[in-house]
Design a protein around this ligand. Structure first.
Ligand SMILES: N[C@@H](CCC[C@H](N)C(=O)O)C(=O)O
Length: 287
């Protein structure tokens, strides 16, 4: 079939966005992978599929596929691209929409100045629901039992890093580092992603605290590798830093591809993610 798509990005985290309402889409993991492939396909960190909702009260269903072809629960930067896409394609005339995802309902809003804020819902901090296997580990009291020692095996060497386990619908392991530029993201990112204590794998965040409302962040994403920005990763990092007592809301997050802003009022409250979404080009591919 000839597939129509739109290439978009949010702070450099890039997407192939597909209208699955006016096109019949039933792809295999290999086809999702091909769309994400930067040499043989279009190229993207994630492929986002817009569908009709299955739940009452929702405007759309939002499905997310990582570049490795796997379907995942949530994507923060993608949700901003999503609301811009449905507006630009005339699929809705509402600026605030309610969107069904694998991880629950989110509410993105397209502001008149073009910025987008998304209510990402409340973070999940109970280890079993991240999911993170904390069995037999001693948590640190300062983060109310969500700061954990994670043992990494690097060849013959062993190293323990302290991580916060946070779910924003998708799982994140956030650690604080002295300098994100020299942090071993490429080396330890894959070890954390596939760590046995994360049964669904995990996104690995490396955060440098600049001041109480400003951090730098790099994320080695599950199913992709390092991306230029990760929206849910930024939410998880801000939540982890606030719970550890080193950050205050709102937090400005500098990623390699741009800036995001995160607000969180604390336990049980939703996380608000603000940032850009940009349309790059429209295309068609035989698939
Ligand atoms: N880039 C995303 C996260 C996409 C999904 C992630 N790789 C996962 O597997 O959970 C974001 O902006 O949140």
């Amino acid at each position: 079939m000839k597939l129509k798509f739109t290439k978009m990005h949010g702070a450099g985290n890039d997407f192939v966005v597909i209208d699955g309402i006016n096109q019949h889409i039933d792809f295999t993991p290999a086809q999702w992978q091909l769309l994400g492939d930067r040499r043989f396909g279009v190229g993207a960190d994630q492929i986002l599929l817009v569908e009709k909702p299955t739940q009452p009260g929702c405007d759309f269903r939002y499905r997310i596929f990582n570049a490795d072809g796997g379907e995942v629960e949530q994507c923060g930067n993608g949700s901003r691209a999503f609301v811009k896409f449905v507006a630009e394609k005339g699929l809705t005339d509402q600026r605030s929409i309610t969107v069904e995802t694998k991880a629950g309902i989110i509410a993105p809003r397209l502001e008149l100045d073009g910025s987008i804020t998304v209510n990402m819902g409340a973070p999940v901090l109970e280890p079993a629901r991240v999911p993170f296997d904390a069995e037999g580990l001693q948590g640190e009291a300062q983060a109310q039992d969500t700061l954990w020692p994670l043992l990494l095996e690097l060849g013959g060497a062993r190293e323990t890093v302290l991580i916060s386990a946070v779910s924003m619908g998708n799982p994140h392991a956030v650690q604080i580092v002295d300098d994100v530029e020299t942090a071993p993201v490429e080396l330890t990112g894959p070890l954390i992603e596939h760590h046995v204590r994360f049964p669904n794998r995990v996104n690995a965040g490396f955060m440098q605290v600049l001041d109480r409302q400003h951090v730098k962040l790099r994320v080695f994403e599950r199913g992709v590798g390092e991306t230029l920005a990760c929206g849910t990763g930024a939410c998880a990092a801000a939540v982890a830093g606030i719970r550890r007592g080193v950050l205050d809301s709102p937090v400005r997050v500098d990623a390699r591809g741009g800036q995001l802003s995160i607000s969180w009022a604390g336990e049980g409250e939703p996380v608000l993610l603000t940032g850009p979404a940009v349309t790059v080009f429209e295309g068609e591919i035989e698939i």
